[in-house]
Structures are given as C-alpha cells and as structure tokens.
Design a protein around this ligand. Structure first.
Ligand code: ZN
Length: 342
C-alpha cells in the first residue's frame, strides 16, 4: 500500500525515502517504539516501495500496492522478501537460530526479481542468543543487495552488538486524533465509536483498527456498573463484584479502567478539557460524583492504583488490592451510608 495509508510517522517515512534518494540507505534498520502503532506496516510498505514496479513518482519512492511485486510482498510470496517472526502461539514466543540461518542462506544470493533482498524481523527482541549471534555475523558483513528491517517494542532487550549494527528509527505513538480520523475513514465508523476506540487503544492504531466498537461499548457499560451508587453503596455488592472479577482474572483490567475513570473524575472536578474524557457519554454522572469527592482523596487513590499495577508482577494479591481500592473509592465519593464504616 502507498505510504499515505500509514497513520502518522511522516518523519520516519520521509527519512527513509530521502536515504534511498541519496543512495544512503543503511543495510539494517531498527524500527522501535510502542507496540501496535504502525512500525511493521511502515516496514512492509517500505519493502514494497523499494521493489515497486510502478515507479509512481520520480521524486520519492512509494508503493503502488497493486503491481505484481507489491502484491507478492503483501502475500509474502515475493522471492526476495523474507519475514522472520516468533511463533506467537507459544507461551514464550522466540525467534530460533534455525529461522535466522535459513534466511541467511537465501539472502546471500542476488535478488531474483527485485532490487534488494529484504528481510523483516518482527519482534526482533524475541531472538534467542543463538539467533542473535547468527544474525550478527550477517550484519557484520551484509551483502550489498541486502536490507534488514528489525522491529521491536523493547529495543533494550536486543543485544547491544545488534543495536549498534542497525540504524535506529524511533516511532512515536500517533496522536489520538490521528487514530480517530483513521477509524472514521478506513472503517467508516461513527465518530463517537471512533473516539471511544481511539481513547481506549491510546494510539495503538493496530489494535484500534481491529477492535470491535460494539464490544468495547458493552464493556464500558459493564465497567461503569461497578461505580454506580447502587454498587458502591453496598459493601456486599463491592465484595461480590471484586470476587467475580478476580476469579475471571480481570483484576489488572479493572484496576487500569478504574484509574482511567478516576482520572476522568479529576478532569471534571478541576474543570479540565473535556476532550480528554474517556467517559464523555457519562458526563452527568461524572459531574454528580465530582461534586461529592475530594480531589486529594482521588489523587491518592490514583497513585495507589498505579503503585499496585507496577507491583502486580510481584505476586501481589490483586483480588484484595481491588477490594481495597473499591472500598476506598466508596469513601472518597462519600457513598457509605451515614454511621456505617467501610
Ligand atoms: Zn507496486
């Protein structure tokens, strides 16, 4: 597909196009940045642009998306284009040495139909030590016609020796408004749905493009039930909700959501920009709550949720943490009946 279909990342695209125009293309690039923001799509598009048979523009390379070469790269049947990626079905996805060796042999030969042999390595930080060492050998003396495009959301997990052989290109998370616009144009989504998905996915365009707006809405409605007065007024209801959610392993999701909801509440309370509200649809309720709650108590709660999330990997009892946070939220919102204690 043409570069114009990529959401954001203009600067990165132009710098790649310029490198080609000036014949300064490196043999290896490391595209890094948050997951699901368009690094892989840009790499695919770049591979297509380099081998595109349409030569649509004389100024800068681009992909037509329709010629034989572009279609073959998309379908991964192009004889000069290879993809190495971990088996994501496994509990610990890894890129194994055999995968690198196989491509290594292919890449030595001259391209069959294109200009370059291109190897895309997705989630490159998943390479085993053996795989990384094998790749390093090739990167130390890359064949002239070769190009490696490494993609990683955790570049620090890559061996420094590999990183130093690659030109790093950092990808920034696209702005929410860009994701929103893309959802409206590409998925013909109503603006309210596009806004909700863009907010939830926080710039992870890949996630936003494949997410189900109906399901997201249903989930938001379900989560909002947790903070309705009917739930928060009753300790029994809080404990039972916390138990059900913990049993379904949903504590991390709930904590993250509660943090978002409390942030909304604080925004309303301090008269912040309502454009930033996740629950803009639920504004009347937020306003009612905002009048009852103390900002300090909410900020304390927010801080503690973040702390709990960070410690979650240390076998913290998330069930109890969630209970505790909900009970404190009830206090912060002054929902406990007079004289009752939480
Ligand atoms: Zn093409």
């Amino acid at each position: 597909m043409p570069f114009e279909n990529i959401i954001g990342h203009r600067h990165q695209i132009v710098s790649l196009q310029t490198a080609v125009a000036r014949e300064r293309l490196a043999h290896a690039y490391l595209f890094h940045g948050e997951d699901a923001i368009g690094k892989r799509s840009t790499a695919l598009c770049f591979a297509q642009a380099l081998n595109c048979e349409a030569h649509a523009s004389a100024d800068a390379i681009d992909a037509c998306g329709a010629c034989r070469s572009c279609r073959q790269i998309e379908a991964r049947t192009h004889p000069d284009f290879f993809v190495i990626e971990p088996d994501r079905e496994l509990a610990t996805p890894q890129i194994k040495i055999e995968q690198v060796r196989e491509i290594e042999q292919q890449i030595m030969y001259r391209p069959l139909i294109g200009e370059r042999k291109i190897c895309l390595i997705d989630d490159a930080d998943r390479m085993t030590i053996g795989a990384a060492n094998a790749l390093l050998k090739t990167l130390e003396e890359p064949p002239d016609h070769s190009l490696f495009l490494l993609i990683s959301g955790r570049p620090s997990a890559l061996p420094a020796t590999i990183r130093s052989r690659c030109q790093a290109l950092r990808f920034a998370t696209p702005a929410r408004t860009q994701v929103e616009a893309a959802l409206i144009v590409k998925r013909e989504m109503p603006p309210a749905d596009a806004r909700l998905l863009a907010m939830i996915c926080e710039g992870r365009i890949g996630e936003a493009l494949s997410a189900d707006a109906k399901e997201a809405r249903a989930r938001q409605r379900e989560l909002l039930e947790l903070v309705r007065p009917a739930t928060l007024q009753s300790v029994t209801a809080i404990l039972s909700a916390a138990e059900t959610l913990a049993k379904a392993d949903r504590a991390p999701e709930i904590l993250a959501w509660l943090a978002r909801w409390i942030r909304d509440l604080v925004i309303v309370q301090v008269g912040g920009d309502r454009e930033h509200l996740l629950h803009l649809d639920d504004l009347p309720n937020l306003e009612t709550y905002a009048r009852r709650a103390g900002t300090d108590a909410l900020l304390d709660l927010l801080h503690d949720i973040e702390k709990t999330e960070q410690q979650a990997t240390r076998h913290l009892n998330l069930h109890m943490a969630m209970e505790n946070i909900l009970l404190r939220l009830r206090d912060a919102l002054a929902l406990a009946p007079a004289g009752a204690s939480a």
